[in-house]
Ligand binder design. Sequence first.
Ligand code: ES4
Ligand code: ZN
Length: 326
Amino acid sequence: AERTAFIAGLPKAELHLHIEGSLEPELMFELAQRNGVAIPFASVEEVRAAYAFANLQDFLDIYYQGMGVLHTEQDFHDLTAAYLARAHADHVRHVEIFFDPQGHTVRGIAFGTVIAGITRALDEAETRHGITSKLIMCFLRHLSEADAEATLDEALPYLDRIDGVGLDSSEVGHPPSKFQRVFARARSLGLKIVAHAGEEGPPAYVHEALDLLKVDRIDHGNRSLEDPALTRRLAAEGICLTVCPLSNLKLCVVDDLAAHPLRVMLGAGLVATVNSDDPSYFGGYVNANYQAIADALDLSRAELITLARNSFTGSFLDDEAKARHL
Ligand code: ES4
Ligand code: ZN
């Protein structure tokens, strides 16, 4: 209970959050009804029961299905506003949110509709709650690089609202090297660069993300620890890892949170952070992730403070804004 209050009171940033993964079953039903979309579930309980995953792909199949209820600008707004209210309740002061435009444009939803709804909610949250934000557009790595290039083209009119690009979806078989050209173009446009790497994929994918995509941050990165030279490099270069404990548990990246590598990461001097990834699907928002991993590893207050500080250090805030949080 004491630890719970301590975690709740820590000011923190969330750096790894897929906004479509914050769609709660209750809102899924509401939007399905509002938009006349059929969903293969009879109740909220049935939806929750379907959230049992053996691996990343099991989850992704149901995640892409779930986002099918999102149609209008208002839907994207309501989704984002609901997440930001939860984040505010968890003492989150800054968020860097992923969205998956290809999950929507493939269904005939305009890129501009997605951006308008999300950014309206982000603007409101800054006014209402003082939460600052960055927006990161992810490319779906199971699709082609040409598809990612077309998505970057579609984003060009909205680059005033997009801070970075990322790489997500099915990792194994879709290495960072597949997207080298589109990430080079994104970088030349001044966008920050992140990539999911070392979640299910090997340490070689983390190397590629660093050397070929020139990432500013690694999302997950768990399997980096299998490669001591890579671990030393991540520490020496101060590359932030956005770690997601409950995600790792639900997707069987770890068998048990007691076996989670977070403490080893901190011990190796890595800039590790704690994040919720897809909180509706994985069973908890950011404070629940801090609580679960702190309980499993018996993390000290000093370690929890380090994790919260790392979330600002690893953010894309400018130095002046970082200084205000640190
Ligand atoms: C994701 Cl946990 C995770 N990994 C890869 N891609 C994703 N998209 C949404 N959540
Ligand atoms: Zn993720």
